[in-house]
Design a protein around this ligand. Structure first.
Ligand code: E4P
Length: 228
């Protein structure tokens, strides 16, 4: 399963990308507004930090303008995935951009038939919003399960299921169990994935016992290692 960061916060992206576990980034107009940065500039910077797909969202609702926006965004970097909404104009734009070799992430997916349409339009990614469905009393994970099941019936569909609107680590776990290709998550949730109180407790005990031995694995090599 690929891990994408769902943020336009460059400091957070740099920090977590240093783990080597970040496969891509998703942004949306709300996240760009939160960053306070110029859209094109921040997306360009993200593309220099993360080699994998970086989603940049169009904001027009009509096909002609959306296509012009998508073409402009695609020129920012080779790893741009243009994000279009799941509307007739969005899918029409998706088809054209895909034919031009641009990656496309179809966003705001809330039903399996919508996901079927996106795959037929050749989307690189479909983004079901699990948290927002849970928020209104529906099940985001039932939608992910349905999409994964439908796509498996048609090996010619190349669209990857990108689980979005992730609210907690259980969403990541459930998406992985269902075989979703990608999960995009806020940095705080990726950090939560690392932590377990027994890991912290066990590490503290090992370190305390190690200190009692008075030994050092690096010994005299310590200064050389620090200099590297
Ligand atoms: C990512 O592509 C989506 O825009 C994002 O995950 C939406 O998350 P939210 O529902 O928390 O705003």
């Amino acid at each position: 399963m690929k891990f994408f960061l769902d943020t336009a916060d460059i400091a957070e992206i740099r920090d977590l990308a240093a783990t080597g576990l970040v496969d891509g980034v998703t942004t949306n107009p709300s996240l760009v507004a939160k960053s306070g940065r110029n859209f094109i500039e921040v997306v360009r910077e993200i593309c220099t930090v993360v080699a994998g797909p970086v989603s940049a969202e169009t904001t027009a609702t009509d096909h002609a303008t959306m296509l012009a926006e998508g073409r402009k965004l695609a020129k920012i970097a080779r790893n741009i995935a243009v994000k279009v909404p799941l509307t007739p104009d969005g899918l029409k734009t998706c088809k054209v951009l895909r034919a031009e070799g641009t990656m496309v992430n179809v966003t705001l997916c809330f039903s399996a038939p919508q996901a079927l349409l996106a795959a037929k339009a050749g989307a690189s990614f479909i983004s079901p919003f699990v948290g927002r469905l849970d928020d209104i009393g529906e099940s985001g994970m039932v939608l992910v399960r349905d999409i994964v099941e439908i796509y498996r019936q048609y090996p010619n569909f190349k669209t990857e299921v990108l689980v979005a609107s992730i609210r907690h680590p259980m969403h990541v776990l459930e998406a992985a169990k269902l075989g979703a290709h990608v999960g995009t998550m806020p940095p705080a949730i990726m950090r939560q994935l690392f932590s377990h109180p027994l890991t912290d407790k066990g590490l503290a005990a090992f370190l305390a016992d190690w200190k009692k031995t008075g030994q050092s694995i690096l010994g005299d090599d310590k200064s050389a290692a620090a200099a590297e």
